[in-house]
Design a protein around this ligand. Structure first.
Ligand SMILES: C[S@@+](CC[C@H](N)C(=O)[O-])C[C@H]1O[C@@H](n2cnc3c(N)ncnc32)[C@H](O)[C@@H]1O
Length: 240
């Protein structure tokens, strides 16, 4: 048997063209101020911000307009956005600077790795995943962000009562998300299915793209169950 390590399955393809000079400048000059340098060990999340508050992780913010809008609308909450796309990260850094969003930090990197190694147990009040890449071909389904193992890890990183908000314009991915969350004992679905509205999230860039193509939009808003409410004898596996 070969002892070459297996290549991790990635939920993204690198799509970097040249950065604009503004995006490059933002990465050079603003990342040291608003970006998170991560060495692969667990982060002290409260320490990333200049004040205390409930922390939400936004996975794959794209070019960041929606996340900047959310952070501006909720100055009482704190947000950490993670994205692999350098140009989008540069754009969000510029928005943070322009709107002086002191409750938003960004990390340029792989969200799956971050969630696995960098986010401590019960440290988040919310996780949001808006319009993840749908990977429509069956042979690519393993590249989808939402998998049962990923959900168990999200549940571990959320505080009891924390929220997981996911949205997609890909009907078959929405069904996949619904089936996996229904099967996961850590999450309660107060709506019993898709949420009747998008909650308080703004429309995102990829959502607009989907709507222009005539797609529907599906939101799932779930709550991390509270262990005290678990039936006696209930056990959860340790998630790493
Ligand atoms: C379809 S776009 C959606 C962007 C944005 N949330 C929106 O709704 O406009 C999905 C984004 O997820 C990012 N992404 C995919 N896998 C990722 C990963 N493992 N870590 C961080 N970002 C990821 C991609 O780079 C891309 O920008």
């Amino acid at each position: 048997m070969s002892d070459t390590p297996l290549r991790p399955i990635r939920s993204y393809v690198r799509r970097e063209g040249r950065l604009t000079s503004g995006q490059q400048r933002a990465l050079d000059e603003l990342y040291p101020r608003y970006g998170v340098r991560w060495d692969g060990s667990p982060l002290d999340l409260p320490d990333l911000f200049s004040r205390p508050g409930p922390i939400t992780l936004d996975i794959g913010f794209g070019s960041g307009e929606a996340l900047a809008e959310i952070a501006a609308a909720h100055p009482d909450r704190l947000y950490l956005g993670v994205e692999v796309y350098r140009a989008g990260t540069g754009q969000l850094l510029r928005l943070i600077e322009r709107h002086q969003l002191d409750n938003l930090r960004v990390l340029l990197g792989d969200a799956s790795e971050l969630l696995r190694w960098g986010i401590p147990t019960a440290s988040l009040s919310g996780v949001q995943l808006f319009f993840p890449d749908p990977w429509p071909k069956k042979r690519h389904h393993k590249r989808r962000m939402v998998q049962s193992e990923w959900l168990a890890r999200v549940a571990d990183r959320l505080k009891p009562g924390g929220m997981l908000h996911m949205a997609t314009d890909w009907a078959e991915y929405a069904e996949w998300m619904l089936a996996l969350t229904d099967a996961d004992p850590h999450f309660l679905n107060p709506h019993g299915g898709y949420a009747p509205s998008a909650g308080d999230r703004p429309q995102t860039r990829f959502e607009r793209r989907g709507l222009r193509k005539g797609h529907g939009v599906f939101d799932l808003i779930l709550e991390r169950e509270t262990p005290a409410l678990r039936p006696v004898g209930y056990r959860t596996a340790r998630v790493t």
